[in-house]
Every structure is written in C-alpha cells, then in structure tokens.
Design a protein around this ligand. Sequence first.
Ligand SMILES: [Fe+2]
Ligand SMILES: [Fe+2]
Length: 180
Amino acid sequence: MVEEHENIRRMLKVIREISYRVMVLDEFHIDDVVDIIDFVRNYADRHHHGKEENILFETMNKTIERLAKSGAITGMYIEHDMGRLYMGNLEKAIERFKDGDDRARLDIIANAISYSELLDRHIEKENTAMYRFAENMLDEDNKNYVEEECNKVEDRASHEGLQEKYLSLLANLEKKYLGK
Ligand SMILES: [Fe+2]
Ligand SMILES: [Fe+2]
C-alpha cells in the first residue's frame, strides 16, 4: 500500500505539470486529464482507497476503540470523499472546456491542484500515522486478516490487469509531461 502511495504521488506530479500548462496555455491534451480522472477513480480510489476503507480502516475502527473514538479514521474517509468531489468538479470543468468555455481552465486548475494538495497531505498522514498505528495497535489475528483480504483484492485486480493498465498509463503521462 505504501508503494501505491508512491505511484499516486507520481501522478500528482503529472497533475501539477498539466495544470501549469493549462494555465500558461502550453501544450497539453485535454483527454490526458480524462485519463488522469480514470486513474484517480479506478486505481487510487476504487482499488487503493477501497482496500483502506473496506479492510484496513474498517478493521481498525472495529478493534482499536481509542483510535476510532478519536475521529482520526473518520478523517481519512472524509478526505477520500473530498477527493471524489474534486474529481467530479474536474470532470465537469473538462466538459465546459471542451465546449469552448475558456474560463473553465480556472476550474480545471483549481480542482486538479486542490486534489493533489489534499492527496499529498493525506498520504503523508497515512504513511507516518495511520499505517504505523495499524502496525503497532492491531493484534496478530487482525493483521493477518487485513493481509489476506488485501491479497485477495490484489489478486483479483491483477487478474483484470488493473495494475498493469494504470501503471503504464502513469508511465506514459510521465514521459509526455515530465520527460521521464
Ligand atoms: Fe487513504
Ligand atoms: Fe492511502
């Protein structure tokens, strides 16, 4: 999951570069932003956040009362949800841009940058706090349960070719926009 965070952060860099180009009207393809939304929704959200929400955080919520009561886990769910809002707004802005509304560039940049700032901070919190709490506070049985359930999701996704599809999409965008 920490590795997925790194992949998501790589995409955040692409998002920042495209946003800059949208601002200064440098070369960009609007359909690349459509691909980014697809990556965010299916790789970052459905796949990665899905494992957090349905397996890891759910187990932490049920078994670590002190943490559940603190609201820290609820905060993670709320941030996932805010990410969905930004992506919804970004999608609408792209439609308007495609319809010829130049001012939609403002909403593309605002939502793309808001998302990348939100996710970067969110990932930092998970890497340095939530995942560590899981490591230190879950008992062995629950750790094994989380591990097994995540592996099942991982296997199903590999079977569908999800990781392969989105990691190659990421690499292509990095090449195009960051010269990697
Ligand atoms: Fe998360
Ligand atoms: Fe995460």
